[in-house]
Design a protein around this ligand. Structure first.
Ligand code: ADP
Ligand code: MG
Length: 410
C-alpha cells in the first residue's frame, strides 16, 4: 500500500505536510466527514487532491467560481491529475460526463448550481465517487461573508451518498459560521479541524485616511516589491493606477469592469513582476498564487474582518516580512451603516451590524491588532504580538489621575 507520505512525495514533489494537512487527509481517506478551517495559502487543495488518489473513484469538488475551477484544473493538471470542470464554459461536456461514468477522472469540479440539478444527480448515481470536497464552504452560511443560497441545496445531494466522505474547506469562518457549516453539510461536531490563523510575518498598520493617493505613494516609496492596493470602486482603481503608474514602478488596475483580456494581461504581469503594484477592487486575488507580495494596502475599510484577513493574507505567503496597511475614514463606516439600514433585508441587518462593529473595534483599538484578528477566529492570542503598529509604538494614553490632580491643584 502506498502511504500518504509517499503519495505526497511522488505525486506532488513535497517533502512534508504542512500544519493540519495530514490530519485532514487521514480523516478523508478513512471515510470521515470533516470541516477544515485553514488560512489562505495553507494548502487546502492538497487535502482533497491527495485523498482523490488514495481512494477509489472521482473526487467531486464543489467550487463557487468558474475562474477558480479553471485555475484548480490547471494546477491539478500540473500534478498529473485527470481533472476537469463541468461548467457553461466546458468545451466538451459530454466527454467529461463519459469520463466520470467510466472512472477516468480523479477530480471533477462543479458549481453548486449545477451540482444540485436533477441531471447531475442522476449522473452521480452512475459514477464512483471518492469524496465530496466543498471548497469555500463559508458560502453555505448566512453568517459567512459570501452567502450563496445554492450551497444550501447541497445537503440532500450529499445525503444521497451517505457513505462518501465530505470534506468542507474554508479560510474564513468565525465560530458561528463554523457551527452553521457543520449543520448545513451534515458534518459531526468532532469533524472540525482548525489550523493556526496567525500570520506572524505580516505587520499590521492602521491609520486614518488623509489623502489616500499620497499615503499609498509614500508607502510605495518605503516598501519595495510587489503590492496590492484595494480600493472601494472601479473608478478609484483606474484613478489610482493613472496617478501612480511610472516607468520605475508599474501600477496597473484590476477590476470587473475592465475588458477580460486587459484584466488577464494585468494579472499575468503582476504575477511575473517583482516590483509591480496592483490597484484593485476585491475582484482581484482569489486563486492567485503569488508568494512574494510584500504589502497589501486598503484605501477604505473592507467588508468584514474575514474579508480583511483574507485580503491581507495575500501578502507574505513566502514567509518573509510583509506589511498590511489600512487607511480608513469615519465616512467609510457611515456609508456602510447607511447601506445596511437601507439596502439590506431587515432579517440580515443584525449580523451585518455586528460585522461592521467588529471591524470598527479592530480599527479603533489601542491594543494589539493581531490579538483582535485571532480572537475573531476563535484563537487565544498572546497578550502582545510585537509586530503591529500598536505593539511597536503604543499609542499615547492620557494618564487620568495626573490630569485630575492638575485640575485639582490649579
Ligand atoms: P489554499 O487553498 O489553502 O489557499 P492552496 O491549496 O492553493 O492553498 O495551496 C497554496 C500553495 O501551497 C500551492 O502552491 C500548493 O501547491 C502549495 N502546497 C500545499 N501543500 C504543500 C506542502 N505540503 N508542501 C509544500 N507546498 C505545499
Ligand atoms: Mg483554495
Amino acid at each position: 500500500m502506498t502511504s500518504v507520505h509517499q503519495l505526497l512525495h511522488d505525486r506532488f514533489g513535497f517533502s512534508h505536510f504542512r500544519g493540519v494537512q495530514e490530519a485532514v487527509i487521514e480523516r478523508a481517506i478513512g471515510g470521515q466527514h470533516t470541516l477544515a478551517v485553514m488560512p489562505t495559502g495553507a494548502g487546502k487543495s492538497l487535502c482533497y487532491q491527495l485523498p482523490a488518489l488514495a481512494r477509489h473513484g472521482t473526487a467531486v469538488v464543489i467550487s463557487p467560481l468558474i475562474a477558480l475551477m479553471q485555475d484548480q484544473v490547471r494546477s491539478a493538471d500540473g500534478f498529473g491529475f485527470r481533472a476537469a470542470a463541468l461548467t457553461s464554459a466546458s468545451e466538451d461536456p459530454r466527454a467529461i460526463r463519459d469520463a466520470l461514468r467510466d472512472g477516468q477522472l480523479d477530480l471533477l469540479y462543479v458549481a453548486p448550481e449545477r451540482a444540485t440539478t436533477d441531471v447531475f444527480q442522476r449522473l452521480l448515481q452512475e459514477a464512483d465517487i471518492a469524496l465530496f470536497a466543498i471548497d469555500e464552504a463559508h458560502c453555505v452560511s448566512e453568517w459567512g461573508h459570501d452567502f450563496r443560497p445554492d450551497y444550501r441545496l447541497l445537503l440532500p445531494l450529499l445525503d444521497q451518498h451517505r457513505d462518501v466522505p465530505r470534506l468542507a474547506l474554508t479560510a474564513t469562518a468565525d465560530k458561528r459560521t463554523r457551527a452553521d457549516i457543520l449543520v448545513q453539510l451534515g458534518i459531526p461536531e468532532d469533524g472540525l479541524i482548525v489550523a493556526g490563523f496567525d500570520r506572524p510575518n505580516i505587520r499590521y498598520h492602521v491609520r486614518p485616511r488623509d489623502g489616500a493617493t499620497k499615503q499609498v505613494k509614500s508607502l510605495m516609496t518605503a516598501q519595495s516589491g510587489p503590492g496590492i492596493v484595494y480600493v472601494p470602486s472601479r473608478n478609484a482603481a483606474d484613478k489610482l493606477a493613472e496617478q501612480l503608474d511610472s516607468p520605475h514602478r508599474r501600477v496597473l488596475a484590476y477590476h470587473a469592469g475592465l475588458d477580460p483580456q486587459i484584466r488577464q494581461r494585468n494579472q499575468a504581469a503582476f504575477v511575473d513582476s517583482e516590483e509591480m503594484v496592483m490597484a484593485a477592487t476585491i475582484a482581484f486575488g482569489m486563486g492567485i498564487d503569488k508568494p512574494d507580495v510584500r504589502f497589501v494596502a486598503h484605501a477604505g475599510v473592507p467588508k468584514s474582518i474575514e474579508a480583511y484577513y483574507q485580503e491581507t493574507g495575500r501578502a507574505g505567503r513566502d514567509g518573509d516580512p510583509a506589511e498590511a496597511w489600512l487607511f480608513w475614514g469615519a465616512e467609510d463606516f457611515a456609508r456602510a451603516r447607511r447601506r445596511i439600514e437601507t439596502e439590506v433585508e431587515p432579517e440580515r441587518r443584525p449580523q451585518e451590524r455586528e460585522r461592521l462593529n467588529a471591524l470598527a473595534a479592530f480599527v479603533e483599538t489601542a491594543t494589539c491588532r493581531r490579538a483582535i484578528l485571532l480572537r475573531h477566529f476563535g484563537e487565544e492570542p498572546p497578550e502582545r504580538c510585537g509586530n503591529c503598529d500598536n505593539c511597536l509604538e503604543p499609542p499615547a494614553t492620557i494618564d487620568v489621575t495626573t490630569v485630575a490632580q492638575k485640575l485639582l491643584s490649579a
